[in-house]
Design a binder for this molecule. Structure first.
Ligand SMILES: [Zn+2]
Length: 163
């Protein structure tokens, strides 16, 4: 354990440490959380099959025509599960980005990475990692979606600046 934190616990009776800059009190959690998710993807199975073929699939409500990406099995407006699968264009424009230096434990073995939001030409927004130098990225720049395998061995999509 951090010696400074140990001293604070002794002194205050809690793992509470003032922030170095602001002096505001902060609770330092002593537990390391290990969280494992299991999520049913049965109803959006075509999305994963499409990704393997390099396709970006969304669902489209048969009633109102709204596009959902990531795909949803139900339309919250129409309260229907009558959806079509449609392939999205993989071109869009960058809207915003952030570089993560302090990574969550599940990505701790990656170098700092960039998470960006782009608006696809078909309308939906996509959140994904952005490839390349984030200091050269600008809102409005053209990006395309590329499907590749992560180092864990599974398929994922990422945003790649065009040119
Ligand atoms: Zn709808």
């Amino acid at each position: 354990m951090d010696e400074k934190l140990e001293n604070h616990i002794e002194q205050y009776g809690f793992p509470i440490v003032p922030d170095e800059k602001s002096g505001a009190l902060q609770w330092i959690d002593m537990r390391e959380l290990r969280v494992k998710f299991i999520i049913s993807v049965e109803k959006i199975k075509p999305f994963f099959e499409g990704l393997k073929e390099g396709k970006l699939l969304a669902t489209k409500c048969k009633k109102c025509g709204r596009l959902f990406f990531p795909p949803q099995k139900d339309c919250p407006s129409c309260r229907t599960d009558e959806m079509d699968w449609v392939e999205l264009s993989k071109e869009g424009q960058l809207e915003t980005l952030t570089v993560l230096f302090v990574r969550p434990p599940s990505f701790a073995n990656y170098d700092p990475y960039t998470v960006a939001i782009a608006k696809l030409d078909d309308g939906p927004r996509i959140t994904a990692w952005l490839k390349g130098d984030p200091t050269k990225a600008r809102p409005g720049m053209k990006v395309r979606v590329e499907v590749s395998k992560r180092k864990e061995g599974y398929y994922m999509y990422e945003l790649v600046p065009v040119e």
